[in-house]
Ligand binder design. Structure first.
Ligand code: FES
Length: 529
């Protein structure tokens, strides 16, 4: 019997952000419409593009298949950093010194832009400037910090400095690098404000409006059921592109990441962004890497929240969410003795590109007027804002010095090792076709849980609801045919190949798949083969 076993029993399985912000509501698309630019996806990237294009004089239509900001933007931890997640010395190795400079410059510009927009439009989103600190994971050599310091200086961040210890009097984490002038905000308050400004300015936002088909050409079109949006250009800002079957998906890989939000006495931890190095010997994100920030607790004077994330793994290739949250809690308690109760736990998905930089620009293999933004690489808030700046420039015909670095068609020869590793991992997932199911009979599936069952040659994704009724869908992901896996804590079906996710009833909630899991014939009509 598969059962959910909550470890952090008092915590809500919900991002802190959705519990502390109210988002404006929009209606679905019910008629054919036209605009200069149609944007698919209303997260940080889609709304930033919509806002900046509108300011540049373009009419915009923004579509989302859920409410606004209901995708990965709602589960971020919203660090606004120009300290690159994958390190500046890696940026130099992969993209050269100029590329590394462009990465620093563009993320700096993104933080500045968010600050400027929130001031100009009077968006109360808790935007704060603060320092960021990079510290060593246990056993990691100090030389990592020295290499990163030199590379950050070469990238133009000359005010980064090395310090002999972290600004913590409660735990000695050893030496660190201080990155001044980083930022943080409440992502949903920001997007709520941005959406209202777009609406006031004449932009049209439609929710519950799923883009079934996207076509570029002289007049680009986006098909939403029976309705059509016609535009001069289309931006696909759906976290993982739904319009591109293969080209980009071989160059990025999905990773799940986990977060806890714990109550601490206000003022007991200096406000800053904190990141540890994670074991450098483990390439990619499958390492106990941690990222930390604070957030004020609405209505509470004496407390605030400590938000700690990490424990990443390749999507669909582990189902131990509660254990990962438990390990995060343990790691945090060992360093932050003032930590009280964990109130929130949640998880999100990061799209890691093979060379550490997002894909933002004209879509490969497509007409000239379809643009894409994907591959957040753990820096989704700044990459989403960079997309707003860069794609606006490309669409209105302005030069942008970052275009080459983010070009989705780029080939980063030095990233071949990572490319090969991810390709082998992805290919290995197809062996799921010939293995057995998670269970041998439906009676093994607990209430409100799911499992994959082999039935003859087919694999069936079966969800048993709280009343005991079974709901069956094909377990074959309709992107490129991998077998989905049940995620016990999130109650989703996750694809281990390119990160598509489906709700417990098989409804697609994250691309690149753009359709729900297919219905299956009732068991009586199936072969027993
Ligand atoms: Fe590509 Fe499922 S996401 S096969």
């Amino acid at each position: 019997m598969i059962r959910s076993q909550p470890v952090l029993e008092t915590a809500r399985n919900e991002p802190l952000w959705t519990a502390t912000a109210k988002l404006p509501k929009f209606t679905r698309l019910t008629k054919n419409v036209q605009a200069d630019v149609c944007i698919v996806g209303a997260g940080i990237a889609g709304l930033s593009c919509g806002y900046l294009l509108m300011k540049a004089g373009k009419s915009v239509v923004i579509l989302d298949d859920g409410p606004i900001a209901s995708g990965m933007t709602s589960v971020t931890t919203a660090h606004l950093a120009n300290a690159i997640d994958d390190r500046f010395y890696e940026m130099e190795r992969l993209h050269g010194e100029f590329g590394s400079r462009m990465a620093a410059e563009s993320h700096t510009a993104a933080i500045n832009r968010i600050e400027a927009i929130s001031k100009l439009e009077e968006i109360d989103c808790d935007f704060t400037r603060l320092d960021g600190y990079l510290f060593l994971s246990p056993g990691e050599p100090e030389e990592i910090l020295d290499r990163e310091l030199a590379a950050a200086h070469r990238a133009g961040l000359t005010d980064v400095e090395k310090m002999s210890r972290m600004p913590w009097d409660f735990y000695d984490a050893g030496p660190c690098l201080r990155f001044p002038n980083q930022g943080q905000f409440h992502p949903l308050k920001y997007l709520s404000g941005l959406a209202k400004v777009i609406k006031r300015g004449g932009g049209r936002i439609y929710t519950e409006s799923h883009a079934d088909r996207i076509e570029g050409g002289a007049k680009a079109t986006v098909q939403v059921g029976e309705r059509t949006v016609t535009a001069d250009a289309v931006i696909v800002a759906t976290n993982s592109p739904i319009n591109d079957l293969v080209a980009i998906h071989t160059k990025q890989a999905p990773y799940m990441t986990y977060v806890i939000g714990a109550r601490i006495p206000r003022g007991s931890v200096p406000p800053a962004l904190y990141w540890d190095t994670g074991p450098e010997s483990t390439q990619g994100r499958e390492a106990p890497y941690h990222y930390i920030r604070l957030q004020r607790a609405p209505g509470r004077r004496a407390h605030e929240y400590l938000i700690v994330g990490g424990e990443d793994h390749k999507s669909g290739q582990a189902d131990d969410t509660q254990e990962r949250h438990r390990r995060l809690e343990e790691w945090t308690r060992n360093r932050f003795p003032m930590m009280e109760e964990v109130e929130f736990v949640w998880a999100g998905q990061v799209m890691e590109t093979i060379d550490g930089v997002a894909f933002i620009g004209r879509n490969p293999l497509d007409a000239d007027n379809v643009y894409v933004v994907t591959g957040d690489s753990g820096m989704g808030m700044t990459h989403g804002t960079i997309a707003g700046i860069l794609l606006t420039d490309l669409i209105v015909g302005r030069d942008n010095p970052w275009a080459k670095l983010y070009d989705p068609t780029r080939k980063t020869v030095r990233a071949f090792g990572t490319f090969a590793k991810e390709a082998i991992n992805m290919a290995a997932q197809y062996t799921d076709w010939v293995t057995g199911g998670d269970v041998s009979g439906v009676e093994e599936i607990g209430l409100d849980q799911g499992a994959v069952l082999r039935r003859g040659l087919r694999k069936v994704a079966i969800y048993r609801d709280e009343q005991g009724a079974m709901h069956e869908r094909s377990a074959v992901c309709n992107h490129l045919g991998c077998i989905v896996h049940w995620n016990t804590a999130e109650k989703t079906w996750d694809c281990p190949c390119h990160g598509s996710r489906f709700d417990k009833h098989g409804k697609v909630i994250n691309g690149p798949a753009n359709d729900d899991l297919a219905p299956v014939e009732p068991p009586s009509a199936e072969s027993n083969g």
